[in-house]
Design a protein around this ligand. Structure first.
Ligand code: CO
Length: 257
C-alpha cells in the first residue's frame, strides 16, 4: 500500500519492491493499492486502474483469501498511514472476511528505525560527494503531528554529518532554516536527493524543476553548485529491505499456531 505516483518512470521504484517481495514469497499473490485518490483518478484517465486499499481488500475477501499482510510503503505514520490503518481495522472487525489481517509499519516508526534509515541513506549518498560538500534530502512533510519524525531524522543526520540536512516541502524543517545554517559553512556544492519513496512529482518539480521556486533554483540563486539525484528511496535495496523485514514480521505471525 503506497501513496502512489502518477509518473510512469517513478513507478519503477514499486516494481523494484514487487520483485523483492516475489523473490521472498514466490507462492504468495501480491496486490497493489494506492492510498491517494488524486493519483488514482489521474491514472484512471490514462486507462490505468488502481485499487484503493478498501477496494483491494474487498476483492481479496471476495476471492476467498484468508490471511492478508498489508505493508505500508509510507515514510511516516501520517494521515495516509492512519487512514489505511482504519480501513484494515474495519476489515478486521467484519465477520467472515479474513482470519488474519496485519499491517506493517512505515519506514520511520520508532527510534531504532531512525538510526537504521539514517545509516542506509548516508550510504546512498553518491560516492563522488566530497566531505566538504553538503547534502540536502527533501522529505514530504505534513501538518500531522508525525511530522516530528522528519525533524528527528534531520537531527540524526546533523549529528552524523553537519553537512547533511533534511528539509520538507509541506512541513518542517523548512528549506529556509537549512539555508541559514549553510550560510555559516563554507560550502560550494550541494547534492539534492529526495527523501520520498519515489522520485515523482515533488522530486521532479519542487526539487529539481527549473522554475525559480524549486530547491535547485533557490540554492543556485544563492551561488551554490547543485547536483540532483532523482532516485526514490524505494529504488535503493537497503531501504526496501527495511519494508521487507516489516512484512516478514507480519507473515511470521501467520505461521504461529
Ligand atoms: Co505532496
Amino acid at each position: 500500500m503506497t501513496f502512489g505516483s502518477s509518473y510512469p518512470k517513478a513507478r519503477k521504484a514499486f516494481e523494484n519492491i514487487e520483485e523483492k517481495v516475489r523473490q521472498s514469497y514466490p507462492n504468495t499473490p501480491v496486490r497493489w493499492a494506492y492510498t491517494s485518490k488524486i493519483i488514482r483518478n489521474k491514472l484512471a484517465k490514462e486507462g490505468i486502474d488502481l485499487d484503493s486499499p478498501a477496494e483491494a481488500l474487498a476483492k481479496m475477501a471476495d476471492q476467498g483469501f484468508t490471511r492478508v499482510a498489508v505493508q505500508s510503503l509510507h515514510i511516516i505514520r501520517g494521515c495516509e498511514y492512519h487512514d489505511l490503518r482504519s480501513v484494515v481495522q474495519g476489515f478486521r472487525f467484519m465477520q467472515n472476511r479474513f482470519d488474519k489481517i496485519l499491517i506493517g509499519s512505515p519506514l520511520l516508526n520508532k527510534p531504532a528505525s531512525l538510526e537504521r534509515v539514517k545509516k542506509v541513506m548516508l550510504e546512498n549518498i553518491p560516492e563522488e560527494r566530497n566531505p566538504d560538500e553538503a547534502v540536502v534530502f527533501m522529505g514530504h512533510g505534513t501538518h500531522h503531528p508525525s511530522n516530528a519524525f522528519y525533524q528527528a531524522m534531520a537531527y540524526k543526520f546533523q549529528q552524523s554529518d553537519p553537512l547533511v540536512y533534511l528539509g520538507t516541502v509541506e512541513g518542517a524543517p523548512k528549506l529556509q532554516a537549512i539555508l541559514a545554517d549553510l550560510k555559516k559553512k563554507n560550502v560550494k556544492r550541494i547534492y539534492l536527493l529526495p527523501f520520498m519513496s519515489v522520485a515523482g512529482d515533488h522530486a521532479r518539480n519542487d526539487l529539481a524543476g527549473n522554475s525559480k521556486n524549486s530547491w535547485k533554483s533557490i540554492l543556485q540563486s544563492k551561488g551554490y553548485q547543485v547536483k540532483t539525484v532523482l532516485k526514490g528511496m524505494a529504488e535503493y535495496d537497503n531501504v526496501v529491505r527495511i519494508w521487507l523485514e516489516s512484512l516478514q514480521k507480519s507473515i511470521s505471525h501467520f505461521e504461529e499456531r
